[in-house]
Design a protein around this ligand. Structure first.
Ligand code: SF4
Length: 349
């Protein structure tokens, strides 16, 4: 399969399904194929992302997996859009955590024009002070909002497909899969890079996982975050059990082989689902979040750094080399890298 992909061929749906259904005895061969492709495009580099929950809870949507939805009873912190100072403070922590990308995430169906103006103003300051790569995840966007974010220096917008078109209405009824595609289209037209992924483990079948991988390949997205459901008490999916870590690795390998050149990120639910096999996830994936998620905690940044160096991999600034950021990395810092947000397995957008 790796030879075929490296020769520029697309992985067939049948082969993608074969990976997900493969016997565990084939796991190392599957990871080897995925790693050959990862190494071709990303070498041994790992890009780190840092999340900031800019607005929490209070969402009118009903995404079943999300602790911030209107149907969730999870006891999370709820607050309106953070002020510039708090968002800038998050950018500083992102740089201290060696993250190349600062992800500004807000709950809600979509942002108001005022919220977009606020984020745009803060992004200009972050670019000036830290030179970080910026990804915004603000929900459904209008064309003029996407253009405003682009003009402010936002590099990328995250808007996940979350699941297949077929299964979407099982996990959300307040917006459609088509709405999600429309926002991705609007962002692409505005000149923004696209980050779109899925949440695995919400009751979908293997065909749904493959559908998402193939759809993302058609959309040619630059970045794919794969969340493994971290079921949260108080949400409709609270009783869903953790996934088999070997299956998670097959999912990551399948996404790498169907989307060879995309950044593939192990996102929410890494610690609870991959567990002791987290390290192996970096053979197919070339990126991960550092510190906490939106409303659930992640492992300490220092443990992530050790995992990466134990693999013989290097943290990189990627294509977006910034002298400001590299200076910051090279400056010894004494503060803990842990994010302050009691962090989710959920993701808006
Ligand atoms: S994922 Fe986003 S849109 Fe859906 S309920 Fe959560 S905050 Fe709202």
């Amino acid at each position: 399969m790796a030879d075929l992909v490296l020769a520029g061929e697309s992985l067939s749906r049948a082969d993608a399904m074969r990976i997900l259904r493969a016997d565990d005895d084939q796991l190392l061969a599957i990871l080897d194929a995925a790693y050959r492709v990862r190494r071709e495009y990303f070498g041994k580099t790992v890009q780190l992302y840092y999340l900031k929950n800019a607005k929490s809870g209070l969402c009118p949507e009903d995404c079943n997996y999300c602790s911030q939805s209107r149907i969730s009873e999870a006891p999370i912190e709820k607050y309106a859009m953070l002020n510039a100072e708090r968002l800038l403070d998050g950018a500083r922590k992102a740089a201290e955590s060696k993250a190349r990308t600062y992800c500004i995430v807000a709950s809600g169906r979509g942002p108001s024009d005022r919220e977009v103006d606020h984020v745009a103003n803060v992004v200009r300051q972050i670019k000036d002070q830290y030179g970080l790569h910026i990804c915004c995840c603000l929900g459904l966007l209008k064309p003029e909002q996407a253009l405003k974010l682009k003009a402010a220096g936002v590099d990328r917008v995250n808007h996940n497909l979350n699941t297949s078109e077929r299964y979407h209405e099982e996990i959300c009824t307040t917006h459609t899969f088509k709405d999600r595609l429309e926002t991705l289209d609007i962002c692409r037209s505005a000149g923004l890079e696209l980050c779109a992924g899925m949440i695995v483990g919400m009751g979908e079948v293997h065909e749904d996982v493959v559908d998402v991988a193939i759809k993302l390949s058609e959309l040619n997205v630059e970045s794919i975050p794969i969340n493994f459901l971290n079921s949260i008490e108080g949400t409709p999916l609270q009783a869903v059990r953790e996934l088999d870590p070997r299956f998670c690795l097959k999912v990551l390998a399948m996404f790498r082989l169907t989307n060879p050149k995309a950044e593939l990120r192990i996102a929410g639910g890494r610690e609870v689902n991959l567990r002791s096999m987290q390290t192996m996830g970096l053979y197919p994936a070339n990126s991960m979040f550092v510190s906490d998620y939106l409303t659930t905690p992640g492992q300490k940044a220092e443990e992530d750094f050790r995992m990466i160096s134990d693999l013989g991999f290097q943290i990189t600034a990627g294509d977006y080399e910034s002298s400001k950021l590299l200076d910051l990395w090279n400056t010894p810092h004494t503060k803990s890298c842990a994010a302050e947000t009691p962090g989710s397995g959920s993701c808006c957008g």
